[in-house]
Design a protein around this ligand. Structure first.
Ligand SMILES: [Zn+2]
Length: 240
């Protein structure tokens, strides 16, 4: 379950703590190392992103819906789930979707030591690389928690840090397809990065079914504004 974005462990490396949202984006090399992206620079697109998978049964249905809609998305994979379901990771990749790293274990970085965080980010990246032959360019920390160690770990793993600008709040037991679609896309704007979950490993049991049911409506709302639902990386790659 995502919690409010938090910062911690900053005392050790305050100079590197550059989390400030889109306003602080990479105008200098130092910022480029640790900037946390919440929106796309390309305002013609809206990024559709799924966290916490892969999960059997759920994934097949998400891939089918995305295929029916002719949409490619970004899947932030949890390494421990990738080890359990390697074929599903390859399936996402083979279907043309973008893979991002959501860490190896889905644990809050505020509760881990800096070395553990760096090791976890790298292990998550390696789990994906070993399955599809390419390291993920993106890292999204569990619960959206960014610490100085998160920034350093992502940099060492050669990954860009990505959060989101809209979410479906779909991990909650009280969520419905309607509430998810409204939260994710009713006031969507070009450049938004939309957070959804295609698995319930760390959420209310069965919550992915509501997300799946909401997905066509979310895509409809995005397209109604003339915006294109895409992965975070655009047609020309990771141009943001
Ligand atoms: Zn997550």
């Amino acid at each position: 379950m995502p919690s409010p974005i938090a910062l911690g462990l900053g005392a050790a490396l305050p100079a590197l703590l550059a989390y400030a949202g889109p306003a602080a984006l990479a105008s200098t090399p130092a910022n480029a190392l640790v900037a946390v992206r919440k929106r796309l620079r390309d305002r013609r697109r809206v990024a559709i992103t799924f966290d916490d998978g892969p999960q059997p049964q759920a994934l097949e249905q998400f891939l089918r819906t995305l295929d029916d809609e002719a949409v490619r998305a970004t899947f932030f994979i949890v390494g421990e789930q990738a080890l359990r379901h390697p074929a599903l990771v390859r399936q996402i990749h083979a279907a043309g979707h973008e893979l991002g790293n959501h860490g190896f274990a889905h644990r809050n970085h505020l509760l881990r030591n800096p070395f553990g965080i760096a090791a976890d980010i790298e292990r998550g990246a390696q789990a994906i690389a070993e399955l599809v032959g390419a390291r993920p360019a993106l890292f999204r920390p569990p619960y959206g928690v960014v610490t100085a160690a998160t920034c350093l770990g992502a940099w060492r793993a050669q990954s860009r840090l990505v959060l989101w600008s809209r979410w479906g709040r779909d991990w909650r037991a009280a969520a419905t397809p309607g509430s998810i679609a409204r939260s994710a896309a009713l006031r969507v704007r070009g450049g938004d990065i939309v957070l959804l979950h295609d698995a319930d490993h760390y959420a209310s049991p069965g919550s992915w079914r509501n997300t799946l049911a909401a997905l066509p409506r979310i895509l409809e709302l995005v397209r109604a504004l003339g915006l294109q639902p895409t992965p975070i990386g655009g047609p020309a790659g990771l141009t943001w």
